[in-house]
Structure formats: structure tokens, C-alpha cells
Design a protein around this ligand. Structure first.
Ligand SMILES: COc1cccc(-c2nc(Nc3cc(C)[nH]n3)cc3ccccc23)c1
Length: 281
């Protein structure tokens, strides 16, 4: 007996996140496959995250980009909230990262180029994600990556009122400063996190990974070293993103034109040139 929920046929559970379970689902009339995220209102109340979920829905439902997981809609019953999300066939990026321990430079560069494109789109809408990390990225069936969780995204600028986000590893120095009320930060926080992500893709661990106290100290001082096996171009990009002063971080446009990205990301004519060469051979 298949389990139906209104117009959806519920398939296998894909896994569970922090506040809910995710199921494969099929829309009954069209056969459209999606992922259904089920959140229990009681758990949201306990975790004091209802406002965050409402903001996630409001922000995520207005986003359309190939490297951002599509949000199709939501509905709720007395006990649960259901988010209708795009299904990404290859699951969580951080599982691939742990399995491969670190990514080859060409793969890391392609992922970072896709992240830069998604962040450029978000920042143009004055949305900052604030929680860029491998756990919040899914992989589509063709290997493309999709930013998923928007639970911590807000409209920029913002001053840190709410409690700390998840892991400290990805927090930029400006979000760690003692709570002076004029502690405003903007979307450049995502540039710092992009630097941490680039490092973690290439090295297999975060640049400031340490005990919580030491991690905060090392972030505040920008204290990290890039191992010798990382190419000098990749190391250059990491160092231009992990800059303490948010205003001095490399821009997303410059990331997309950076030699390390250009070298590994076949675009347009070079791709066709490659394929035409292949045809000749
Ligand atoms: C904790 O492990 C979790 C949790 C939630 C989802 C997955 C998972 N997700 C997706 N795709 C998704 C998920 C969403 C919201 N859209 N597309 C695919 C997978 C494939 C193999 C294993 C696991 C998968 C894992």
C-alpha cells in the first residue's frame, strides 16, 4: 500500500536533517519527482526556529538558479510543515567529500565556480546565505552542485542579534566580534565562507579547525596555512577570500575571472573547440 499525502506519493526516506526528515516524493497526476521535507511544528517551537523557517520559505521560494535547490512550494497540516523541494539525485556534497577525503583541483574549481555564480545571483537580490558549508550543498544527477538550506539566510545588511549559527569553522571574523550593537555585516560574509569551502575541498579539513576557543582565535587573526600540495593559483584565491577586512575580499566577479577558476572551467568556445578537436581525431 503506497503512502499518499494529498497529491503526493511518498517514496523512500532520503535521510534526516536537523529539524526534519526528507522523503523522495512523486506528484500523482504528473509523476513529477521531488523531495519532501517534513518539519514537525512541535520541534520548531522547541527549537525556537519558526521565524527562521518562515524566513527560509519566504526567501527560498523567490529564488531561481541552476546552482540553488529549487523550492516549489509548501503546505502544512495541524502538526507538520511540508516543503516541496527539487530532488538532487547525488545527495549531500559533504558525504562525497568525506568519502574522497579531498577533491582534485579541477573538481574543486568547478564547484567553486558554480558556488560563485549562485552567490552572485543571491547577492544581486541582497540575500546573504550566511551558512555556506559542505553540509548545505547537494549534488544533482549531472554532478552540478546546488545550495540547499536557507535557514540562516537573511536580507543584507544585518546586525548579529540571534545566537551563533552551527559550526564555527565557517564563521567570518566580523560575525565573531563581541556584540557591539553597531556590529553590522553584509553579504561579504559569504566570500569568507567561500574561501573556507575552497580550502576544505582541496585540503579535506577546514582552515581554522581546532578546539572552539582556538578556532575563534585563529579566525579573528586569520591564522591559517595552505599545505604545499595545493597549487599556487588555488592558494592565491584562498588568500584573497580569507581576508579579515570584508571590504578587501576579492569580489565574486574577480573569483570567476581568477586564473585558477579559468584554468579548470571550460566555458563556451573552449568547450566547443575541445569537442570539435575530438571530432577531428
Ligand atoms: C542526512 O542525510 C540526508 C538528509 C537529507 C537528504 C539526503 C539525500 N538527499 C538527496 N537529495 C535531495 C534532498 C533534497 C532536500 N533534495 N534533494 C539525495 C540523497 C541520495 C542518497 C542519500 C541521501 C540523499 C540525505
Amino acid at each position: 500500500k503506497k503512502f499518499h499525502l494529498g497529491m503526493f506519493e511518498i517514496g523512500k526516506p532520503l535521510g534526516k536533517g536537523k529539524f526534519g526528515r526528507v522523503y523522495l516524493a512523486k506528484e500523482r497526476t504528473t509523476g513529477f519527482v521531488c523531495a519532501l521535507k517534513v518539519l514537525h511544528k512541535s520541534e520548531l517551537q522547541q527549537g525556537k526556529v519558526e521565524k527562521q523557517v518562515r524566513r527560509e520559505i519566504e526567501i527560498h521560494s523567490n529564488l531561481r538558479h541552476p546552482n540553488i535547490l529549487r523550492f516549489y512550494g509548501h503546505f502544512h497540516d495541524s502538526k507538520r510543515v511540508f516543503l516541496i523541494l527539487e530532488f538532487a539525485g547525488k545527495g549531500e556534497l559533504y558525504k562525497h567529500l568525506r568519502k574522497e577525503s579531498k577533491f582534485p583541483e579541477w573538481k574543486a574549481a568547478q564547484y567553486i565556480a558554480q558556488m560563485a555564480a549562485a552567490l552572485k545571483y543571491l547577492h544581486k537580490k541582497h540575500v546573504m546565505h550566511r551558512d555556506i558549508k559542505p553540509e548545505n550543498i547537494l549534488v544533482g544527477i549531472h554532478g552540478e552542485i546546488k545550495i540547499s538550506d536557507f535557514g540562516w539566510s537573511v536580507h543584507a545588511p544585518n546586525n548579529r542579534r540571534n545566537t551563533m549559527c552551527g559550526t564555527l569553522d565557517y564563521l567570518p571574523p566580523e560575525m565573531l566580534k563581541p556584540g557591539s550593537q553597531d556590529n553590522f555585516y553584509n553579504e561579504k560574509v559569504d566570500l569568507w565562507s567561500l574561501g573556507v569551502l575552497t580550502y576544505e575541498f582541496l585540503v579535506g579539513e577546514a582552515p581554522f579547525e581546532d578546539t572552539p576557543i582556538m578556532t575563534q582565535k585563529r579566525i579573528a587573526r586569520g591564522e591559517m596555512t595552505v599545505p604545499g600540495f595545493v597549487s599556487k593559483e588555488a592558494s592565491d584565491l584562498i588568500k584573497r577570500l580569507l581576508v579579515l577586512d570584508p571590504e578587501r575580499r576579492i569580489s565574486l566577479d574577480e573569483v570567476q575571472k581568477h586564473p585558477w577558476i579559468v584554468k579548470h572551467c571550460i566555458k563556451g568556445e573552449r568547450a566547443t573547440q575541445r569537442s570539435s578537436e575530438a571530432k577531428e581525431s
